[in-house]
Ligand binder design. Structure first.
Ligand code: FAD
Length: 469
C-alpha cells in the first residue's frame, strides 16, 4: 500500500501530499559501510518540499539488524546548497583586503538601486534580525526621496523594507521567485512537529526586533541554553576561546584564514569544537573564514530562543497587507540615476523609481541575476569577501525518548570523524515529541549533501546510538 507524508506550506495554507507506489529498502551497503544496521525500510521515498527539503515516514523491518534496536520513524533533511534561490545557508567573511568593510560596501546604494539582506548587516550578519534591520535601513534611504519601489526578495529584509515603505504611503511591489514569502525562513510540519528549515533561533533576545514581531504574531518564545549540554569537551572549548582571542588581534587578521591561528595537528576534541563552534556557526571551515570573522557583529545579549510554532508564523504576520508577487523569478535588473527596470525569466517587466535588492550572496555569486550596467568594483570586491556558507539540518523522529531529556544540546565526538554529527538539539524538551535535530556544516555538509537519504540516516545513527542511556 502506498504511504503518505504531508508537507505543509504554512504561508499559502495548502497541503501537498506526496504518495509513492512502493517501499524502498534502506541501502544495506550504506548501513554496513557505517558499521551499524538500523534495519529500516523506507515506507515512503523522499518527498520534495520547498527549500529543497525532503522527508519521509519510515518503518522497521521484522529484523532490526545487528548492533541496535533504534530506528527513526520519520526524517526530514534540508539541502540549502541545491536551493537555487539561496545557494547556501548564509554569508560568511572570507580572507580579503577589504575585511569587515565588505558588508557596508555591499550595502552602499548605486543610483536608484539599494541593497539589503543579512549579508549587508555589519551588526548582525547571518541572522534574521540582521536581515530585518538591513531592510529597515534600505527603506530609510529611500524615504528621503519620492517615488515607487520594487523590492526584490520577500525574506525578512524585503518584508521589513516593504512594510516600512508601505506604511509610510509609498507604492511598493515585492517580487519573489518562490511560491511563498519568508525566503530562508520557512517552517514545515514533520508529523506535527514544527520544523524550521532555515533559522530556528532568535539569537540574543535582548533588544531583538524578532522578539517583538514574534509576540505580535502570537509565536511562543522558548528560551534555549547552549550551555545546558551533555557530551562535548570543556578543555576543547577553552582551547578555541584562546585561539579566537589571539586571531582577532593578529596582524592582518582580515586578510588571513582562521586556520593560520590553529596548530597543524588537532586533537579529536579540538576538531569537534571547531566543527560545532566555527563551521557550525559560520557555515564555513577555518581554511575558508577570515580570522576577523568571529569578531564581526555586535554582542548578542539576553540569551537565545527557539520558536513555537516556528518562523513562518512571523513571516505570515509581517507579510500581511503587502503587494507580493510570487513565482516572479528576476533575471535582470537595469538601473540608472532615473529609475529601475526589473525583468523576470519569462520576460515580464516592472518599472519603478527605486529598487531594493535583497538577493542572498549565494544568488549574487551564481550570476543567475544580471545587472545592467554590471555591478561596480566596490560591489565585486565586497562579494569576493562575502561568500555563501552551508549549514544543513536533519530531523530524526523516534517512537520514544532514549536520550537525556533535560539537556538542550547533545554533543557527539566521533573518534574517527570528529566533525560529523557533532551537535544535536533535544527536540522533546521544546516540542514535546521524541525528535532529535542534527546539524552539519561547511565541508562536512557539502559531503553530506551528496549522500542518499539512506546513507545520511545511517551515518547519523552512529551519533544517535551513543546517546542511548
Ligand atoms: C539552515 C539555516 C539556519 C539558520 N539559522 C539561523 C538562526 O537560528 N537564527 C538566525 O537568526 N538566523 C539563522 N539563519 C540565517 C537567516 O535565515 C537569514 O539571515 C535570513 O533569513 C536572511 O533573510 P534575507 O531577507 O536577507 O534573505 P532571504 O530570506 O534569503 O530572502 C531573499 C529572497 O530572495 C528571493 N530570491 C532569490 N533569487 C531570486 C530571484 N532570482 N528572483 C526573485 N527572488 C529571488 C528568495 O526566494 C528569498 O525569498 C539560518 C539560515 C539557514 C539557511
Amino acid at each position: 500500500m502506498p504511504t503518505r507524508v504531508v508537507v505543509w506550506d504554512s504561508l499559502i495554507g495548502e497541503t501537498f501530499p506526496c504518495t509513492y507506489p512502493h517501499d524502498m529498502e534502506i541501502s544495506r551497503r550504506a548501513v554496513i559501510a557505517s558499521g551499524i544496521s538500523t534495519g529500516l525500510t523506507f515506507a515512503l521515498a523522499a518527498c520534495a518540499a520547498d527549500g529543497r527539503a525532503t522527508s519521509a515516514n519510515l518503518s522497521s523491518t521484522d529484523s532490526p539488524g545487528v548492533g541496535t534496536d533504534l530506528y527513526p520513524t520519520s526524517f526530514l533533511r534540508t539541502s540549502w546548497s541545491t536551493d537555487p534561490f539561496a545557494n547556501g545557508s548564509y554569508s560568511y567573511l572570507a580572507p580579503s583586503n577589504v575585511g569587515t568593510d565588505a558588508r557596508d560596501m555591499l550595502a552602499e546604494p548605486i543610483d536608484r538601486l539599494h541593497f539589503a539582506g543579512e549579508a549587508t548587516s555589519p551588526t548582525a550578519p547571518a541572522t534574521t534580525h540582521g536581515a530585518w534591520e538591513s531592510g529597515q535601513r534600505a527603506a530609510a534611504e529611500i524615504m528621503e526621496t519620492a517615488g515607487t519601489v520594487i523590492v526584490i526578495g520577500a525574506g525578512f529584509a524585503g518584508l521589513a523594507a516593504a512594510r516600512d515603505l508601505t506604511r509610510s504611503g509609498r507604492e511598493v511591489i515585492v517580487v519573489d521567485a518562490r511560491d511563498r514569502a519568508g525566503g530562508r525562513a520557512h517552517t514545515v510540519s514533520l508529523n506535527g512537529i514544527p520544523a524550521d528549515l532555515g533559522p530556528s533561533w532568535i539569537h540574543g533576545v535582548e533588544g531583538n526586533p524578532m522578539v517583538e514581531l514574534a509576540a505580535s504574531a502570537g509565536v511562543e518564545i522558548l528560551p534555549f541554553d547552549y550551555d545546558n549540554q551533555v557530551g562535548g569537551s570543556p578543555s576543547a572549548e577553552a582551547f578555541l576561546d584562546t585561539v579566537l582571542e589571539e586571531a582577532a588581534s593578529a596582524d592582518d587578521a582580515e586578510g588571513r584564514p582562521l586556520s593560520d591561528a590553529l596548530p597543524d595537528e588537532l586533537t579529536v576534541d579540538q576538531q569537534w569544537v571547531i566543527a560545532v563552534n566555527v563551521s557550525g556557526e559560520f557555515g564555513a571551515d577555518p581554511t575558508e573564514l577570515s580570522m576577523a570573522a568571529p569578531d564581526e557583529g555586535s554582542e548578542l545579549r539576553g540569551g537565545d530562543a527557539l520558536l513555537n510554532p516556528g518562523y513562518s508564523q512571523i513571516v505570515d504576520h509581517v507579510a500581511q497587507g503587502l503587494d507580493i508577487r510570487l513565482r516572479w523569478i528576476v533575471s535582470n535588473i537595469a538601473y540608472d540615476e532615473t529609475g529601475v527596470v526589473v525583468t523576470s525569466d519569462d520576460g515580464q517587466e516592472l518599472r519603478a523609481d527605486h529598487a531594493i535588492v535583497t538577493l542572498p550572496v549565494g544568488v549574487l555569486h551564481a550570476g543567475s541575476v544580471t545587472f545592467s550596467p554590471p555591478l561596480d568594483e566596490t560591489k565585486t570586491q565586497a562579494l569576493d569577501a562575502l561568500q555563501s556558507g552551508l549549514l544543513d539540518k536533519l530531523w530524526l523522529e523516534f517512537d520514544e525518548v532514549f536520550w537525556d531529556e533535560d539537556a538542550d544540546v547533545i554533543n557527539w565526538i566521533d573518534p574517527e570523524h570528529p566533525g560529523n554529527w557533532a551537535f544535536w538539539v533535544n527536540g522533546v524538551k521544546f516540542f514535546g515529541k521524541p525528535v532529535l535535530l542534527g546539524f552539519s556544516a561547511g565541508r562536512v555538509a557539502r559531503e553530506f549533501s551528496k549522500k542518499t537519504d539512506e546513507e545520511l540516516i545511517a551515518s547519523a545513527m552512529r551519533a544517535v546510538q551513543s546517546m542511548k542511556r
